[in-house]
Design a protein around this ligand. Structure first.
Ligand code: MRU
Length: 376
C-alpha cells in the first residue's frame, strides 16, 4: 500500500541484503519512521514493544528475527536460542509460533552457514505468501460487499464497522479485514468505514485511520462505545474484524472489545465477519475461552495516553488519579455462534468445525502438544 504516494510493505530487507526494515508503528500516525533491525534481539524488542504488531506481521518479524539470529549463530544451539527468544514476545497471536515452527522445519535439515541464506529465502517466501493470502481474502470479501452494495439505495455507501487494525499495517501488505475494503473501494463501490478507536493503544484511531486516509477510503473514527448505538440506528451494514487466533471450531480471539461488537451486531441482525489467513487457525484447540492465552500488557497503556502536541512533538499524559489500579487485557474471545462467517483465503466458511474442515480438509484436528498446526 502507499504512504504519501510511495509503495511500502511493512517489513523488507534493505539494499545490503540482510538488515530488516520496519515501519515504526508506535510513531504513527504522527511520524512516518522506518527502523532497521540488525539483531535477533532487535526483532524480539520490535514485537514486544509493538513497533510491529498485528498477528501476520508478528509472524513475519519473527521469521526475519530468525534470519538475524542465524547470522549471529547458525548452530543448532543458536537456532534453539533465537526461537526461544522470539517465542515469548507476545502470547496470543498463533502466527508467532506458526512462523517459528515453519522456519525451524525448513532450517533443521540445513547445515551451518547455509542456514543464513535459506532463512532469508524462506522468510521472504512467507512474506510473499502473506500478501497473496490477503489478496485472496480480499477477493472473497469483495464478493460479499458487492452483494451488499446491490441492496443499498443508489448513492448510499456500505457502512462497515471495524475494530483495532487488521489492515495492511498488521500484515505484510493489504491487511485481512481491510483487503475487501480496499478492493471494493478500488472497484468503485461506495464504502464508508466506522473505525473503533480501540483503547487502550488506539490502533483504530492511529493506524486504521492512517491507512484508510492514505488510500482515500472515507471513514469516521468513533469512540469504542459508540458502535452499539450506530448499529441500533441502522448506520452499520456489516462488521469485519481480524483475529489473532481462531480455534478449530471457529471461536476467535481478537483485540479486546471485539466480543462486545459481536454481541451488539447479533442483537441488531448485522452480519459480523472475521477475516483471517489460515495461519491464524490453531487446529489443536476448540474452546477459545478456556484455551487461548490472553495477553495482559502493562497497565501504563491504560492509565496514560500518547498524542501530538500543537508544536508537533509527541507527549504521553496521565489519565487516571495517582496510584489508580488498572488492568490491561489485550484480547477477548468471540464465540463462533456470534460470527456470521470466516473470510479465508479459500473462501467464506461458517464459523464451525465442519465449516472450517470443509475448506481445509487437510487440517485434521491435531493434539494439543504444539498449539498450532504442524506440517511435515
Ligand atoms: O495488539 P495488536 O495491535 O497486535 O492486535 C492486533 C489485532 O487485534 C488484529 O485485529 C489482529 O492481529 C489481526 S491482524 C490482521
Amino acid at each position: 500500500m502507499k504512504v504519501n504516494g510511495t509503495q511500502y510493505r511493512t517489513i523488507w530487507v534493505g539494499d545490503d541484503g540482510w538488515r530488516v526494515n520496519v515501519i515504526d508503528q508506535t510513531q504513527l500516525p504522527h511520524n512516518f519512521k522506518i527502523n532497521t533491525l540488525e539483531t535477533a534481539n532487535d526483532a524480539a524488542r520490535a514485537i514486544s514493544t509493538m513497533m510491529v504488531r498485528g498477528a501476520p506481521l508478528i509472524g513475519a518479524t519473527a521469521a526475519y528475527g530468525i534470519c538475524l539470529g542465524m547470522r549471529e549463530d547458525a548452530s543448532n544451539g543458536g537456532l534453539d536460542r533465537v526461537c526461544e527468544l522470539l517465542e515469548h514476545t507476545r502470547p496470543t497471536a498463533i502466527n508467532l509460533p506458526w512462523a517459528i515452527h515453519e522456519m525451524r522445519r525448513v532450517l533443521r535439515n540445513i547445515e551451518g552457514e547455509c542456514r543464513v541464506n535459506t532463512a532469508y529465502t524462506h522468510a521472504s517466501n512467507m512474506c510473499a505468501a502473506d500478501i497473496e493470502t490477503n489478496q485472496a481474502i480480499g477477493r472473497h470479501g469483495f464478493e460479499l460487499l458487492v452483494k451488499l452494495s446491490d441492496r443499498k439505495p443508489t448513492g448510499k455507501p456500505i457502512n462497515i464497522l471495524t475494530h483495532c487494525n487488521a489492515g495492511w499495517l498488521a500484515t505484510v501488505d493489504w491487511g485481512t479485514a481491510t483487503a475487501p475494503i480496499y478492493m471494493a473501494h478500488n472497484a468503485g463501490l461506495l464504502i464508508h468505514v466506522w473505525v473503533d478507536e480501540t483503547r487502550p493503544r488506539n490502533q483504530g484511531a492511529a493506524l486504521t485511520a492512517f491507512e484508510l486516509s492514505q488510500h482515500g477510503v472515507p471513514h469516521t473514527v468513533i469512540a469504542d462505545n459508540a458502535g452499539g448505538h450506530l448499529m441500533q440506528k441502522g448506520e452499520v451494514d456489516l462488521c469485519i474484524v481480524g483475529t489473532d487466533r481462531t480455534t478449530a471450531k471457529g471461536d476467535v480471539a481478537n483485540k479486546v472489545g471485539t466480543y462486545l461488537k459481536a454481541l451488539a451486531a447479533t442483537d441488531n441482525d448485522i452480519p459480523f465477519y472475521v477475516a483471517l489467513p489460515s495461519s491464524t487457525i490453531d487446529w489443536s484447540i476448540s474452546d477459545g475461552l478456556n484455551e487461548i492465552p490472553i495477553e495482559q500488557r502493562a497497565t501504563r497503556e491504560v492509565t496514560h495516553i500518547t498524542g501530538r502536541n500543537v508544536d508537533g512533538s509527541l507527549a504521553t499524559v496521565q489519565l487516571t488519579p495517582d496510584g489508580t489500579n488498572a488492568a490491561n487485557y489485550a484480547f477477548d474471545v468471540t464465540p463462533a455462534r456470534l460470527i456470521s462467517g470466516l473470510i479465508t483465503e479459500r473462501g467464506v466458511s461458517e464459523a464451525s468445525a465442519s465449516g472450517l474442515q470443509a475448506l481445509f480438509p487437510e487440517y485434521a484436528p491435531t493434539t494439543k502438544a504444539r498449539g498450532h498446526k504442524l506440517s511435515s
